[in-house]
Design a protein around this ligand. Structure first.
Ligand SMILES: Cc1ncc(COP(=O)(O)O)c(C=O)c1O
Length: 425
């Protein structure tokens, strides 16, 4: 059977690869520490689960629902937007409930980008965004973040030339996966202005919208001139309420775009899982501030991780302000895929190689603190410290044994932080 070219040219899902490797790790007494995938470890709020349980005998929960999503969820989302951002949405014309934000991105691309066109991806990018583009015969153009102090920031000067070269849209994830950066109002106004000037859509992924623990809130595109007309919001309940398995997200877009996207919605899923939609509506109505408590816990984990990393000279700290991740440059000669595989096998710690997030991710490791408590993070820190120390000692011994041979240092290879990067450790 012939396999279509576009799917063959699409990259393989990196998480699947790293899980396959993790399954081979088997050391009694030392379980693998999973700091790979971005899964929050909290349960959905208990009162909302109880409310859902009370509704399970309702036949409507087990049948197709309206294509666009349950009205109660669209209305709850509109009410949440009004409360938090002062934005009035029309739940009838501006919102579609999707089977998660990944599904939403595919609908958005089908509606707004033609096969063969290019889309700018803030990079390191979320790999499923690149995969969606590739599957649809489109191309991703990397727009690398830059580093200020110990944080990743947007490089606004780098955006205009990429748009001028004919890109059909821009993808921005805020708070950011994989770096944990949060882009504030000043940055987002620059991105929005660039999109409005070129008349192209901003695909704004706000999957981690309420998961922020830094001082500066994320800048929302609707706050800027032309933002509402030029933005497709891609959101999700996965990370905010611990609902990753229910597959419920949303799109907010201008009505004419929503109208067209409904063709793709009906063809791909008909409607998002109905019981999951009911649970998401319960969460928004009953426990809108639930993510805030989880953020306080995440803040403690970040401090624990930062202390552990500061004791490891091979790693450079990057301060996350949101999402579930930090992305650390390393000083080590191996490419990130090789290094991450060895960390699973030899240290029992699973992280995601930076190369999975594009060329600008190479030389980094993405570490998730979404599903490891403080004690587990401390243990992961000890294992990483041991690994890098032993590795360093081994290469020192090899260099002494064979001067001039195999003694090339990580620093020589230029991987890791850019020259002049401030490392607060
Ligand atoms: C940036 C980003 N967008 C989208 C998704 C997928 O979200 P959902 O579960 O709603 O499909 C993820 C999941 O990790 C993500 O990190």
């Amino acid at each position: 059977m012939r396999i279509a070219e576009w799917i063959q040219a699409t990259i393989a899902p990196p998480i699947v690869d790293i899980y396959a490797l993790a399954r081979q790790y088997d050391r009694p007494g030392q379980p693998l520490i999973n700091m790979g995938q971005g899964i929050p470890d909290m349960m959905p709020p208990a009162p909302c689960l109880a409310a859902l349980a009370d509704r399970l005998a309702d036949p409507a929960l087990h049948r197709y629902g309206p294509d666009q999503g349950l009205p109660e969820l669209r209305e709850a989302l509109a009410a949440d937007y009004r409360r938090r951002l002062g934005v009035r949405l029309d739940p009838e014309r501006e919102i579609i409930i999707t089977a998660g934000a990944n599904h939403g991105f595919v609908l958005a691309l089908l509606a707004l980008v033609q096969p063969g066109e290019r889309v700018v991806l803030g990079a390191p990018y979320y790999f499923n965004h690149l995969m969606a583009l590739q599957l649809l015969g489109m191309t991703g153009v990397e727009w690398p973040l830059t580093v200020r102090g110990d944080r990743f920031v947007l490089d606004l000067d780098g955006l205009a030339p990429r748009l001028a070269a004919g890109a059909a849209g821009v993808v921005c994830v805020n708070p950011n996966n994989p770096t944990g950066a949060v882009f504030g109002a000043e940055d987002m106004s620059g991105v929005m202005a660039a999109c409005v000037r070129r008349g192209v859509p901003l695909f704004y992924d706000e999957v981690y919208s309420l998961i922020a623990f830094g001082e500066e809130p994320a800048g929302h595109p609707y706050a800027f001139a032309g933002g509402r007309e030029h933005t497709i919001i891609l959101g999700s309940f996965s990370k905010l309420f611990g609902l990753t398995g229910w597959r419920v997200g949303y799109i907010i877009a201008p009505p004419p775009v929503v109208e067209q996207m409904m063709k793709a919605q009906d063809t791909t899923v008909i409607c998002a899982p109905v019981a999951g939609q009911a649970l998401a509506a319960e969460c928004l109505r009953r426990c809108p501030d639930y993510p805030a408590a989880y953020c306080r816990e995440l803040g403690r984990r970040v401090r624990r991780l930062s202390a552990a990393v500061c004791d490891i000279p091979a790693l450079t700290w990057r301060e996350p302000a949101g999402a579930l991740f930090t992305m650390l440059p390393y000083r080590h000669p191996e490419p990130s895929r090789q290094l991450a595989a060895r960390l699973v096998r030899e240290a029992g710690v699973m992280v995601i190689p930076g190369a999975a997030f594009g060329a600008s991710g190479e030389g980094h490791l993405r570490i998730s603190f979404g599903s490891s408590d403080e004690a587990t993070i401390a243990e992961a820190g000890r294992r990483l410290a041991r690994f890098f120390t032993e590795d360093r000692n081994r290469s020192d011994r090899n260099r002494t044994a064979a001067p001039g041979a195999g003694g090339r240092q990580a620093e020589d290879l230029g991987v890791g932080g850019a020259p002049g990067d401030a490392d607060p450790c």
